[in-house]
Design a protein around this ligand. Sequence first.
Ligand code: PLP
Length: 276
Amino acid sequence: MPLDDVRVSVLDRAFMFGDAVYEVIRVYSGRAFLRGPHMDRLRRSLKEIRINADVDRIDARMGETLSRSGVAEGMVYIQVTRGAAPRRHQFPDPPVPPNELIYIEPLDGDPYDHLRENGASLLTVPDFRWGRCDIKSVNLLANCMAAQQAKAAGCLEALLIAEDGTVTEGSHTSAFGVKDGKVIASPLDERILPGITRALMLELCRRAGVEVVQHRMQQSDLTQIDELFLTGTTSEVLPVTKVDDKPIGTGRPGPVTARLYEAYHAHLQDWLKESD
Ligand code: PLP
């Protein structure tokens, strides 16, 4: 149905409490990229917050919605909420049916086109999100506030810094450093989202023979590293050339980032051919 015709109860727990999880999947040539890993993460998020929904059915519905939409380049948004029930903090007992939303948003070209060549500027922002950032929950207020703060400072994205000085991730991206040709990746824990593009990036590094060091980068490391880049479903692999107005490395997009961006696109082209 048209998105404007969708009606959701004001008692939906996503509206009241942010009690829902979601996924965003990139569509290339009418196909959902990294569909399996996204569905696996959705399954995990649902399990972690104890919503009982059938992800295989959601996956099939997504395929149907995507093909009916006729969208070639875009994004799929999937949200599953705990459902609508009288407003009580505790989960409804007995449970109510989860509400499921799937919609497709067309993308007009690469939204980050203008930054691929010159790189993005970031602003460091204190990471005051909750303790389970590994769950892809719709509770994104802290992420929205950080992203807005970065925008107001003329930056593309916020780089979130935990209380102990650890660089966790972006407000909607994963962050990687590069030092002496090695990629520095934050180890997965409850402070970061297990990014699907992050996981692909680690696999692409392995295949390309680029060494990966799992290390919690500190804010103070930002003056020492050679390159910094972000990954995400829509940002793909994006070079960062400035943080808080200070250059990263030479202040130009670096060779390792460029190589990994190429590897991402080569992988994408192979996948497009494969699924033809
Ligand atoms: N980290 C956060 C907080 C995010 O919201 C996102 C994506 O929205 C990412 C990382 C990147 O994850 P993915 O590669 O799965 O898009």
